[in-house]
Design a protein around this ligand. Structure first.
Ligand code: GLC
Length: 476
């Protein structure tokens, strides 16, 4: 039995800002379910974590963490959730903030988190065989492990490090003057973390880790080229022997249309009638015309540039000429928020925009939709295309990253489970939407069969958990 520690900035159901939280909230439990390893998670104790959990956390102890010249308090709490032990690191100065990320001192906050994650291991009595760090917030844990702890303390000497890139766009880039003062690294560590005259924490973790993974096989190839690498293709090509891609899965229990309490009616492939009620329920709630004879298209997304929303902005008015309904849920960059609000104002009978993020609401939309649009310019994995499938909303996707690995066009030999387009263009996207809408209007029976088919696709963690176990075995 191996001890594996996930180091991450977020995990559901405690605190999350996107897909990373889904993955850290479900993969460890899937791994503990199928394998023999003991996978645990360590994350910050954010003030955002709800009292329903916080009040049940068990206090483990405290220590002081040396972060450069700072001597900082760190409380340790733990909680068992679905067969996984979660540890929470407490320091209100760093984690009692308005949001999880995006604070002026994120570099220092996550340096503290990473240093503390290593410092507390003897206290929680869990020195892992593998430290598995996720995204730039956890990158310093890999760097500290290899550059400080493993070299100076033999208890850490055998711990291997795996680093997973969930999105290469976010790298943790800082001025080099922070090297000693904030990150507590030595001048001879500069070469490890320096890239383009800055400190780049993602680069440092790639250099130091024993293995680097990303969240789909296609994205693992894509990020070797400048088009997708956000500047890091040189580094990744130099270390490509470490790199692999494993497709994410989703939590099939949490996303379950036959049992969900949040949706207007339950349904399954065998008893499909409830989906109609989900659609009329949502239409009523959003004051859209309650029509069963119009296809409902949904977009649920963080409203940020890589999600391909500029295509939707180009095509919005054109799409509104057809007899369709469009529901958008998400928040993010102001330019997208303003555009989608104005689209809904201009087409009140066809389009509704909800600038928020709410998981229950998202389930109501997934369950009501006939089609789900995900035109991402790049997509490391993407979970929404899997979640919508589970709720019988047929995905329309741009062929990139994990979208390409999970959704194949129905025009393909042997079937397919969605509508795809290869070139990143608004015309191509509209073409695929129109193909789908035409089938919806002309052959409802076929479309319903397709909906049931996509619901049956296995996007659970089963397969991917085995791939992670294989990867961990390499370090036996
Ligand atoms: C990031 C990526 C997304 C991926 C998720 C979980 O949010 O943008 O594609 O599904 O991480 O790995």
């Amino acid at each position: 039995m191996k001890k594996i520690l996930y180091v991450a900035g977020e995990a559901l159901p405690f605190a999350s800002s996107g897909g990373l939280g889904d993955v850290i909230g479900s993969l460890p439990s899937a791994l503990n379910g199928v394998g023999e390893d003991d996978v645990r998670v360590i994350m910050p104790l954010y003030s955002q974590i709800g009292d329903q959990y916080r009040s049940k956390f068990e206090y483990v102890g405290y220590t002081f963490v040396q972060l450069s010249w700072r001597h900082v308090y760190c409380g340790i709490f733990k909680y068992e959730h679905r067969g996984v032990t979660f540890y929470f690191l407490d320091n209100e100065y760093y984690f009692k903030r308005g949001s999880l990320y995006g604070e002026f001192d994120d570099g220092e906050r996550f340096a503290f988190f990473c240093r503390a994650a290593l410092e507390v291991l003897p206290i929680i009595d869990f020195i892992p065989d593998i430290l598995h760090a996720h995204d730039w917030h956890a990158a310093l844990s890999v760097i500290y492990l290899k550059r400080c702890y493993a070299l100076n303390d033999e208890r850490y000497a055998n711990t291997k490090a795996i680093f997973t890139i969930h999105n290469i766009q976010y790298q943790g880039i800082y001025g080099t003057e922070l090297l000693g003062d904030i990150f507590g690294l030595m001048s001879w560590d500069l070469g490890i973390v320096e890239y383009n005259n800055c400190i780049n924490l993602l680069k440092g973790a790639i250099v130091c880790a024993d293995a680097v993974t990303t969240v789909s096989p296609t994205y693992a190839k894509e990020i070797l080229s400048p088009k997708f690498s956000h500047g890091l293709d040189n580094v990744l090509n130099a270390y490509s022997y470490k790199l692999s891609g494993i497709l994410n899965g989703i939590d099939k229990e949490y996303y379950n249309p036959s049992k969900d309490k949040e949706i207007f009616a339950n349904f399954s492939t065998r008893s499909f009638g409830g989906k109609k009620l989900c659609k009329s329920g949502l239409q009523k709630m959003l004051s859209l015309p309650e029509r069963d004879d119009v296809p409902l298209i949904a977009v649920i997304s963080r409203l940020v540039s890589h999600k391909g929303l500029d295509l939707v902005m180009l095509a919005g008015d054109e799409l509104m000429k057809s007899d369709v309904q469009l529901v958008i849920l998400g928040m993010g960059d102001k330019s997208y928020e303003e555009y989608f609000k104005s689209l809904a104002e201009r087409y009140p009978d066809k389009c509704k925009t909800l600038i928020t993020y709410n998981r229950d609401l998202s389930k109501q939309i997934y369950s009501a939709a006939d089609l789900f649009l995900m035109p991402s310019r790049s997509e490391p994995c993407g979970l929404a295309q899997m979640i919508c499938s589970r709720y019988g909303a047929v995905p329309v996707i741009h062929e990139t990253g994990g979208l390409y690995d999970s959704i194949k066009d129905i025009g393909n030999l042997g079937g397919g489970n969605g509508f795809t387009f290869a070139a990143y263009s608004a015309y191509e996207m509209l073409g695929s939407i129109y193909r789908a809408v035409t089938i919806w209007y002309e052959d409802r029976e076929f479309f319903e069969k397709l909906q049931k088919k996509v619901m049956r696709v296995d996007f659970s963690w089963n397969q991917s958990a085995l791939s992670y176990i294989e990867l961990y075995k390499k370090f036996d």
